[in-house]
Design a protein around this ligand. Sequence first.
Ligand code: ATP
Ligand code: ATP
Ligand code: MG
Ligand code: MG
Ligand code: MG
Ligand code: MG
Length: 264
Amino acid sequence: MANSEYEYVRHFEQPDTLPPSNWIIVRIDGRGFSKLSAKYAFAKPNDKRALDLMNAAAVETVRALFDVVLAYGQSDEYSFVFHEACTLFDRRAAKLATTVATLFTAEYCMLWPTFFPDTPLTRPWPTFDGRCVAYPKRRILRDYLSWRQADCHVNNLYNTTFWALVLKGEMGNREAEEALKGTLARDKNEILWSRFGVNYNDEEVVFRKGTVVYRKLEGVGPLGGSSRTQVEKERKRKMKAEIAVEHVDIIGDGFWEERPYILA
Ligand code: ATP
Ligand code: ATP
Ligand code: MG
Ligand code: MG
Ligand code: MG
Ligand code: MG
């Protein structure tokens, strides 16, 4: 296109290229889901249909983006891990974050009727914001994912105890909040067990651990290389790979040692 006198406006754009050789996380989070979960009467503390919908949208997002090596989700959020060598959009943060957030939003809305067949979706439509963070080392990336899974555990233990006090213990919301102020994990486990006969470890694993989504590439050695045929081969291999959806611990080393290809 010929240059025009208006072209100078381009120079007002801020560069946002993420540093090379960093693992890129795009975390999306539902906007106003406290309100949305009340509007559609999500079960408290955990609506299984809503989590299944989040996970289905994440699977399709991973399927569409070959550079994503793993995703981890809980509540109304999902973190997508892009390989440190990713070159998608020349690693421009805004393009990565908006593409993931809009892809996820479209999938969430289009898949809604599959998970809520009797509850039509109405305006305001669900939307998700997205942000990028770059981590220069695998160790820090692992700590990031541990942070999200630990957050899932802390929130779920609190919410499970809170809603037990409200729904089974007939406490008001304020009263339950007061009862839990300053309590430690073992106090909450004790309340659940002694007052309601609930063993927290028997709660559904998807509630306690959240969800990991990744391409299953085991059995095949790393292809590596950057020639065009190798890149094309790698793409085909990823396209064919089964996408795993698991509710497992990713804080310990076990998950990663059994699947070394994920962060290879
Ligand atoms: P923001 O727009 O700032 O993100 P928010 O209302 O979405 O505000 P979050 O901190 O993201 O706040 O919390 C999400 C809320 O959505 C949770 O507090 C919870 O009440 C609700 N929620 C999300 N998923 C579920 C689910 N599967 N079952 C029940 N409630 C859920
Ligand atoms: P990128 O992902 O880099 O944006 P792109 O294919 O979307 O790639 P753009 O520069 O954004 O490239 O151009 C959008 C293209 O979409 C146009 O070249 C045109 O071919 C097509 N297009 C967009 N709107 C219309 C329309 N209303 N009618 C016909 N073609 C359209
Ligand atoms: Mg590095
Ligand atoms: Mg939210
Ligand atoms: Mg959230
Ligand atoms: Mg375009």
